[in-house]
Design a binder for this molecule. Structure first.
Ligand code: PLP
Length: 266
């Protein structure tokens, strides 16, 4: 059933998957949408990685998602990710931390994560590198960019990114994979698209200056509400939670400052 928000725009329903075949169905749907968006942009859909985001989802349901083919999972909060990584250690999931990190959690991330997508300070880079070197591990990282100019958002301002990337070779345990962003929380598709375009243009500009700086030049952008637009604009990784697992009860403001209100039609 389709709901309507206060402004009359249909709100997408995200059916909750409670069996392996329901997960297969949701995953198939998202993959088909990615393929269609890629086709519209003349892109190869295999260049887009689907990172399912399992935050707030309990371990029993995550097991079903893994059985349906999810072998890497994104989590926003370190404590929750760490707990799940421990409880689900038998599954061999590659965990991606996609939320803001405080330096005092760097040790945890260095211990269990395969990837960190929200790098936005030299302090965190240094803390991670030190812990990773001690553990003899390395970590894939994306640099988070604030493309919406909302002051409360995490991430570097676009004009700070190149200088920050120039510092990263000092941290040998970090492997730069690209840039990550969250678009503005809005139903205004052109405004959302502009955030994605901004990230792609930034990547292109930096790559023109020095191809080494942005690693693989990946673009992690797009979530359940906007991943198709992101793929049209060049996303190489989409982080999709609700469209895979089902609607989340927690307010988005718990995860991103300033996001409260979108979910209830504000
Ligand atoms: C939760 C989250 C997502 C996925 O959001 P959905 O609406 O569940 O698709 C993507 N990126 C980040 C950083 C998140 O915290």
């Amino acid at each position: 059933m389709s709901k309507q928000s206060a402004d009359g725009v249909p709100v997408q329903d995200y059916p909750t998957a409670t069996t392996v075949s329901e997960f297969e169905h949701n995953l198939g749907q998202v993959r088909a949408n990615i393929a269609a968006a890629a086709a519209r942009a003349g892109r190869d859909p295999s260049d887009v990685r689907l990172l399912p985001v399992s935050k707030t989802v309990p371990e029993e349901r995550i097991r079903l998602a893994v059985a349906a083919g999810c072998h890497e999972l994104g989590e926003n909060k370190v404590q929750e990710a760490k707990r799940k990584a421990e409880e689900l250690a038998d599954l061999g999931v590659a965990w991606s931390v996609i939320g803001h990190l405080q330096t005092n959690k760097a040790r945890d991330v260095a211990a269990f994560a395969a990837e960190f997508q929200a790098l936005d300070s030299a302090r965190v880079a240094a803390a991670l590198d030190r812990r990773l070197q001690a553990a003899g591990r390395s970590l894939d990282v994306y640099v988070q960019v604030n493309t919406s100019a909302e002051p409360q958002k995490y991430g570097l301002a676009p004009e700070e990114v190149e200088a920050f990337l120039r510092e990263l070779p000092n941290y040998a345990a970090l492997r730069v994979r690209g840039l990550m962003t969250l678009a503005i929380f809005s139903r205004d598709v052109p405004a959302v698209r502009a955030c994605f375009t901004r990230l792609r243009d930034l990547r292109d500009r930096i790559r023109d200056t020095d191809p080494e700086l942005v690693g693989d030049g990946g673009l992690s952008m797009g979530m359940s509400g906007d991943y198709e637009v992101a793929v049209e604009e060049g996303a190489t990784c989409v982080r999709v939670g609700q469209a895979v697992f089902g609607a989340r009860a927690t307010a988005d403001g718990d995860y991103w400052p300033g996001a409260a209100g979108i979910a209830d039609g504000a």
